[in-house]
Design a protein around this ligand. Structure first.
Ligand code: HEM
Length: 436
């Protein structure tokens, strides 16, 4: 099955340098951000490894990327550490002015943890966090997630129209993550505001004033969670935060507050915008393919296969980052100690050696190797089961309750968010009928 916009791939041109055959590309180019897939196709033709001169080496070949992801000794995830120690989410390792540093001095100390840690620390964090996010713990959340989903649809179903992102795709994962982390419902939008500031701190060029706001968000988030962590240590409850705080595995001591705070930041940041964009990206596929939309409506059991193919075909996280700890050579491309290396997960998902005709959206695609929409190797997404369940329930409820779903172009802005790492649409307006 193919779909409407295979014809409009307008990715940034990939051109070889004069003395060097490594293909070069500009990831921040707005055309590339609109549609990166043409550039990935060109990278594969050239061997799967390229370079953005402003950022670093880009790895898109599936097998090369799988080996790189496993090689945590040479390709470190501790990308935000500098001589001041690990930096907070949203601040990173850029120089900041003294007054911002002053605000940050009120934040609780942190260590590199989970997403920004390497083995052996990463292995310990992962073991301890896995119980809270295990398939079993996640399955137990199903009734809660369905209730949140139902209430969100109830709020707009009589109107016959919805602005999908702010009215559905944002509040669903934010509410679920807030519940998991024991955030009071009344505080959800403050919590989301902190998350948005920290994401923006990671990906946008910020004014000094905005950077101060990000620093305040880091401190406020810590002030919010430290007493909650300490409370659960004293009196465990049955929520997932309590499991994260108190789990002991294989004689490992429980996570410390210095470890838990960055992990909470990561769950907040990794756990909401990603799922929002997966719901939006997958909805666009269905809006362009009536036959697939009808098939899923009539066979909801096929929804998980559609979700997996959406994660392969148009993944919300296109890439993350690693830093080389020694000189190396990736498929003939030299990498120097300290260089940034970009695991281009979305590029590997379009490797024609592994996914023949990668431009085809095919939920019946025979799979020999897993897609990399959730990454690969030791840092494989810790929230994958949760994201899958939320998105499955989202489409079961949307397709079960809304008929004749159509894109309302006058209420939509199908340009992409201004990031080469995170991939999603600005605004998806829908019209529909109510199924009784
Ligand atoms: C569609 C939704 C999601 C996508 C596409 C996604 C994607 C990813 C990717 C690509 C990575 C690998 C990072 C790397 O190796 O550099 C990752 C890691 C991670 N994700 Fe997700 N994610 C999603 C949802 C979630 C959710 C719901 C949570 C939290 C409940 C979450 C928590 C994490 C954490 C904590 C890590 C770091 C794991 C580690 O370093 O061991 N993610 N995610």
């Amino acid at each position: 099955m193919s779909h409407g916009y295979t014809a409009v791939y307008i990715g940034a041109a990939v051109r070889p340098m004069a003395e060097d055959t490594t293909p070069e590309m500009n990831l921040a180019d707005s055309e590339h951000i609109e549609c990166p897939y043409k550039a990935y196709a060109s990278l594969h033709e050239a061997g799967g490894v390229g370079r953005d001169p402003n950022i670093g080496t880009i790895v898109a070949g599936y097998d090369t990327l799988a080996a790189l992801a496993r090689n945590t000794g040479v390709y470190s995830s501790a990308i935000t550490e500098d001589d001041r120690g690990p930096r907070h989410m949203g601040i990173n390792s850029e120089p900041v002015q003294d007054d911002v540093e002053e605000i940050l001095s009120n934040a609780h100390p942190i260590v590199n943890a989970l997403f920004t840690a390497d083995p052996p620390e990463h292995t310990r964090h992962r073991k301890l966090i896995s119980k809270a996010l295990s398939p079993r713990s996640v399955r137990a959340l199903e009734p809660q997630i369905r209730e949140i989903t139902t209430e969100l649809i109830d709020a707009f179903i009589d109107r016959g129209s919805v602005d999908l992102i702010p009215e559905f795709a944002v509040p669903l994962p934010v509410t679920v993550i807030a519940d998991i982390l024991g955030v009071d419902r009344a505080d959800i939008w403050t919590f989301k505001h902190w998350g948005d500031l920290m994401i923006s701190g990671n990906i946008d060029l910020l004014s000094h004033e905005r950077r101060r706001e990000v620093a305040h968000a880091v401190v406020e988030l810590h002030d919010y969670f430290v007493p909650r962590i300490e409370g659960r240590r004293r009196e465990p409850t049955d929520d997932l935060l309590s499991i994260m705080v108190n789990t002991e595995v294989d004689g490992e001591p429980p996570l410390t507050t210095e470890e838990l705070l960055p992990i909470i930041d990561q769950i907040l940041l990794a756990g909401h915008e990603t799922t929002t964009n997966l719901i939006g990206n997958a909805m666009l596929v269905l809006l362009n393919d009536d036959a697939l939309m009808n098939r899923l409506r009539n066979n909801p059991d096929d929804i998980p296969a559609m979700v997996e193919e959406a994660l392969r075909w148009d993944p919300p996280i296109q890439c993350t980052f690693r830093r080389a700890t020694q000189d190396d050579n990736i498929e003939g491309v030299d990498v120097k100690t300290g260089d940034m290396v970009i695991p281009m997960w979305a590029g590997a998902n379009w490797d024609p050696e592994v996914f023949p005709n990668p431009e085809q959206f095919d939920i019946d695609r025979p799979t020999t190797k897993p897609h990399m929409g959730f990454g690969f190797g030791p840092h494989f997404c810790a929230g994958a089961e949760l994201a899958r369940l939320e998105t499955k329930i989202a489409f079961e409820e949307l397709l079960g309750r809304l008929g004749d779903i159509k894109l309302d172009e006058s209420e939509s802005d199908l340009s992409h968010l201004p990031s080469f790492a995170s991939h999603g649409y600005h605004k998806i307006g829908l019209s529909f009928t109510r199924i009784d």
